[in-house]
Design a protein around this ligand. Structure first.
Ligand SMILES: Cc1ncc(COP(=O)(O)O)c(C=O)c1O
Length: 368
């Protein structure tokens, strides 16, 4: 991935969709090829259904502003779950406030599963969009996305899926899921920061209003008015993150070459071992014990603040995330202010689980 970004700067560095000169043509080809790679990776039908964004966060804001805002009337509802990341809460909250609409939240149970009967009940004739996380970053829950999308569609409601944590761990097929929008960030899947993508069904993108105005998103401009470009360019105003898109595509090629099924199997085995090993440490309580989980182990220890656990583990060379994971409502649901989260990826090993457990024993020694 790093080599691909460097090669772009060394050999093809230019803007896209502009010049007729060789470097611009090469940059444009590389950028559009990256779009095709994302399309193939997500199992979409058409490269024009892929919009490059800055991140998952920007992708959700784009859908909120360009798809949902024009169709949201006072009294309408936006339905999300209680396990969403702040980036799938706050854009909807801002929009609902602006339009006099209501943010409705599907509750989750003690294990961290969405209560599906409540989901069905809360889907109303006023629901204009459902926003659901595919894999929860705070709990590890893998939501039954295909069924949940089917349920929403049966009531005519479109669904946006936050795939930030799913893309590195699961093979995604947006056609099989039949989601209306799927958003993710490159940096979660071994790509660069500052780049992500939105998959949007072509019929939705075609009817969406621009998100930001500027160069590249237009066909013609006069002082009297502007004709907008076709999707996806309509939603990519200004010079895009060209090297980011190339880096993202290279990262996706990398995980595709390894095979996401193999990656999921490796991470699943690590999660199973780590769950048993960490639970054997006295005083540990898991936060998130859903039926289906990705390789996220979130936990607290009796009487010890997660930041202290994180600091001691760090001194042992172990990087865990300690905090609210940008999911404060999840923390509130389980009555904690923060958790420690060990996340397992394709490069982790069984020995590292032993090191984690030894680190937790040290935490216990330090705190008596
Ligand atoms: C589930 C989930 N959604 C959204 C995001 C936001 O991603 P980004 O900060 O790349 O926009 C994250 C990041 O941690 C996440 O884990």
């Amino acid at each position: 991935m790093i080599d691909a970004v460097r090669t772009f700067y060394e050999h093809d560095c230019s803007n896209v969709h502009r010049g007729v000169h060789l470097l611009s043509q090469r940059a444009t080809i590389a950028y559009e090829k990256a779009r095709t790679t994302v399309k193939n990776h997500l199992g979409a039908n058409d490269s024009r259904e892929i919009v490059f964004t800055r991140s998952t966060t920007e992708g959700i804001n784009l859908v909120a502003a360009s798809f949902v805002r024009p169709r949201l009337e006072p009294g309408d509802e936006v339905l999300i779950s209680a396990m969403e990341h702040h980036s799938n809460i706050v854009p909807w909250q801002i929009l609902c406030e602006e339009r006099g609409a209501k943010l409705v939240v599907i509750p989750i149970d003690d294990d961290g599963d969405i209560i599906l009967s409540e989901y069905e009940r809360l889907l109303s004739e006023r629901t204009r969009i459902v926003g659901l996380v595919h894999v929860s970053n705070a709990l590890g829950t893998v939501n039954p996305m295909r069924n949940m999308i089917e349920t929403a569609h049966a009531k005519g409601v479109p669904v946006l899926v936050d795939g930030a944590q799913a893309v590195p761990h699961l093979a995604i097929d947006v056609c099989d899921l039949d989601c209306d929008f799927y958003v993710f960030s490159a940096h979660k899947v071994y790509g660069p920061t500052g780049i992500g993508a939105v998959y949007g069904k072509r019929e939705h993108l075609l009817e969406m209003v621009p998100y930001q105005g500027g160069g590249d998103m237009i066909l013609s401009v006069t002082f009297e008015g502007t004709t907008f470009n076709e999707p996806p360019h309509r939603f990519e105003a200004g010079t895009p993150n060209i090297e980011g898109a190339i880096g993202l595509a290279t990262a996706l090629d990398y995980v595709d070459d390894l095979g996401l099924d193999l990656i999921a199997a490796h991470e699943g085995a690590l999660l199973a071992d780590a769950t048993d090993a960490v639970l054997a440490v006295p005083g540990v309580r898991l936060i998130g014990t859903a039926r289906s989980k990705a390789s996220v182990l979130s936990f607290v220890m009796d009487g010890i603040h997660p930041h202290d656990i994180g600091t001691i583990l760090d001194s042992e060379g172990i990087a865990v995330r300690a905090g609210h994971h940008c999911a404060q409502p999840v923390m509130a649901r389980y009555g904690v202010s923060a958790t420690v989260r060990a996340s397992f990826a394709l490069y982790n090993t069984v020995e590292e689980i032993d090191a984690l457990v030894a680190g937790l024993q040290k935490v216990r020694e330090v705190f008596g």
